[in-house]
Every structure is written in structure tokens, then in C-alpha cells.
Design a protein around this ligand. Structure first.
Ligand SMILES: *Cc1c(COP(=O)(O)O)cnc(C)c1O
Length: 348
């Protein structure tokens, strides 16, 4: 039916724009393992400034950013406090156990969030029977939580509670750029509540790869060592750093367009009799919806055949993510395909 494909599987499918490719080709290069790639240095300095921290380390992926931050702030046997849906636990191949020897205490709140009272209640007594409560991890926006943006007061409350018990705090800010665009709150304001922050360039900002970890001098020195240990130290990575700089400088403001399109997609889906979705849950670029009575994997295949790519994430749950890979016509095509696929209400 359709001769173009609309790719809503993730915002990671974005390809470098022509201007980004030009910036990459023009980047001055060095050898970053020897510490002299000028474009990587520029990116790291820019990120330290943007997040209001001492220093930054450029790494190949968001997973490495998170895992290095965890590794440098824990010792084996420590317990990490995080939401049960957090990316660091669900989607990073067991990294906290394998790389850092850590266990988890989970929060179970709505949309990936939790409260200061729950943090207080999760802290282990200082007794040799227990793992040591050591690191709080907050995710913003929350991926599996539907792209939810934390209210900054709540985020301040949970980190203040954690610090009160001597914990370190890490922000998984893979999509912090979306939280900034949706709330008007600057990266440094979010970051001020954390010891370390990770952020991705390869999602909404449209770079081909790369993430950053920011923190104080000592911590980031240690992150550099862990990056090398994990095999993430790269040579002429200025190519990638140039793409990241281009994304930071030119693609942050346009994220609100993705959010508007996600909202329009959600409204279109909500009108399908065979779909169930609360439009008010769509705060950024991620749209989750249910297809009651249908097998989500089948819905995915049917949509695929109509040139609309989404992912099923549960037996009858689907996810669509809007990015610069999707324009207004793509949203129209997706809504039309969904109506064709889910137009009829589920049999009672
Ligand atoms: C995408 C993502 C990451 C990192 O993923 P990579 O594929 O390793 O770059 C980390 N945290 C969250 C919340 C994410 O959505």
C-alpha cells in the first residue's frame, strides 16, 4: 500500500542529517586514547559546561555511560536503588551484576517514579547482614515509564533523601534532552541533584552513536579508566563527537516538534476502537498503547506490511517513538494504518 516506510520503532533509528554529515567530515581529529582529539575535547568541555559539572567522558553508548558511572561509584556487594523498570536493570545485559557486582532494591511506582518516603524505607540498616545501600539511580525521561518527565521537586526530594543516607546519585539521562524540551528546565538544573549524569546523542539528537558521562574531576578520571577497560576508548572519535556537538547545537530545540507529533499520533490512536491509550500520559516522544484482545506481535506484522514500523513490548502492548526520522505525513500514514488494523473494536 504505502511506498514509504515510517519508522517508529525507536528514536535511535535517526540517521545523520546532511548538515550533521558535513560537520562530521569537517571535524579536526586526533587520537582520543592519547587524549588529543580536539573535537572530543570540545564535546567533553561543552557537556561539562552544559551540565554544570567539572568534567565529561565521551563513550560509545548509553549502556556504557551508565555502567561506567555505576562501576566507579560502587564496590561489589553494594545495593543500587532503582525503579524495577529502569533501563540499567532491564536492558543492559545484567551489567550491574557482571561489571560491578551489585544487587538491586527496586521501587515499583507509576511511570518509573517513586517518592522520598520509598527511598527512606529502602535504605538498609548499617549491619553486616545486609548489602550496603550505595547508589540511587533515577531515569528521566523514563523510557519504559512512557517517556514520563519527573517533576523536578520530586526528583529533588528523592535525591535529597538518598544523600541524607550517604548514597551517591546517578541520573540516567539518555533522553534528558526530551525532559528539558518538555519542561523548559535546563540540563544543569537537573544535573545539580546528581553526582553523575549520562546522556545519549544517538536518540532524539540524531547522532549515529555516542553518549556522555559528566561528574567531578576524580569521578570522571575513573570513568576514563573504566571506559578503557570495557573497550570503549576510541581513536579518531572526533567524527562522532562532531555529530554529537551538531546535535546539541542544532537539534535540541526541535524536540518539541517530536513531542507535538507524538501527541497527535496518540490522539489518532485513541480514536481507534481497537486501541486503548490515555492521551494525557504522552508527555514527550514515546507513545505506549494497548491492543486489547489482539496479539501485539501480530499487530506489529500487520503494520509492517503497511509500511509502519513499531515494536510490541508486551502480549498486547505496543510502543511508538517519534523522532526526526518521522514527519507530519509519516504521522498521518501511521494513524491511517492503525485505523485499518485496529478499526474494529475487540470482540467482547
Ligand atoms: C537508550 C537508553 C540507554 C542507552 O542505550 P544504548 O543503546 O546503550 O545507547 C540508557 N538508558 C535509557 C533510559 C535509554 O532509553
Amino acid at each position: 500500500m504505502a511506498d514509504t516506510t515510517v519508522d517508529l520503532r525507536s528514536d535511535t533509528v535517526t540517521q545523520p542529517t546532511p548538515a550533521m554529515r558535513e560537520a562530521m567530515m569537517a571535524a579536526p581529529l586526533g587520537d582520543d586514547v592519547l587524549g588529543d582529539d580536539p573535537t572530543v575535547i570540545e564535546l567533553q568541555n561543552a557537556c561539562a559546561d552544559l551540565f554544570g559539572k567539572d568534567a565529561a567522558c565521551f563513550v560509545p553508548s548509553g549502556s556504557m555511560a551508565n555502567q561506567a558511572a555505576i562501576r566507579v561509584q560502587t564496590v561489589p556487594g553494594d545495593e543500587i536503588l532503582a525503579h524495577e523498570y529502569s533501563h540499567i536493570y532491564q536492558y543492559e545485559s545484567g551489567g550491574p551484576a557482571a561489571i560491578s557486582g551489585c544487587t538491586f532494591a527496586f521501587f515499583r511506582g507509576d511511570r518509573g517514579m517513586f517518592t522520598a518516603e520509598e527511598v527512606d524505607a529502602a535504605i538498609r540498616p548499617d549491619d553486616h547482614h545486609f548489602p550496603r545501600s550505595r547508589l540511587l539511580v533515577v531515569e528521566n525521561t523514563h523510557n519504559k515509564g512512557g517517556g514520563a518527565v519527573w517533576p523536578i521537586e520530586q526528583l529533588e526530594a528523592v535525591t535529597t533523601a538518598a544523600r541524607g543516607h550517604g548514597l551517591k546519585c546517578h541520573l540516567d539521562g539518555a533522553r534528558l534532552w526530551n525532559a528539558c524540551a518538555a519542561s523548559g528546565i535546563e540540563p544543569a538544573q537537573w544535573a545539580s541533584h546528581f553526582d553523575t549524569v549520562s546522556a545519549c546523542f544517538s536518540k532524539g539528537l540524531g547522532a549515529p552513536a555516542g553518549s556522555i558521562v559528566v561528574g567531578d574531576h576524580e569521578t570522571i578520571r575513573h570513568v576514563h579508566r573504566i571506559r578503557k577497560m570495557l573497550g570503549g576508548a576510541m581513536r579518531q572519535s572526533g567524527f562522532l563527537a562532531a555529530a554529537a556537538l551538531h546535535g546539541i547545537n542544532h537539534h535540541r530545540d526541535r524536540l518539541t516538534e517530536d513531542h507535538e507529533r507524538a501527541r497527535r499520533l496518540a490522539e489518532g490512536i485513541a480514536e481507534c476502537p481497537g486501541a486503548s491509550l490515555d492521551v494525557s500520559s504522552v508527555e514527550t516522544n514515546i507513545v505506549y498503547f494497548d491492543v486489547p484482545g489482539r496479539v501485539a506481535a501480530d499487530v506489529q506484522s500487520e503494520l509492517d506490511a503497511m509500511g509502519v514500523r513499531m515494536l510490541w513490548t508486551g502480549p498486547s502492548r505496543m510502543r511508538a517513538v517519534v523522532s526526526l526520522a518521522v514527519d507530519d505525513a509519516g504521522i498521518d500514514q501511521a494513524i491511517e494504518a492503525l485505523h485499518a488494523c485496529l478499526g474494529a473494536a475487540a470482540p467482547a
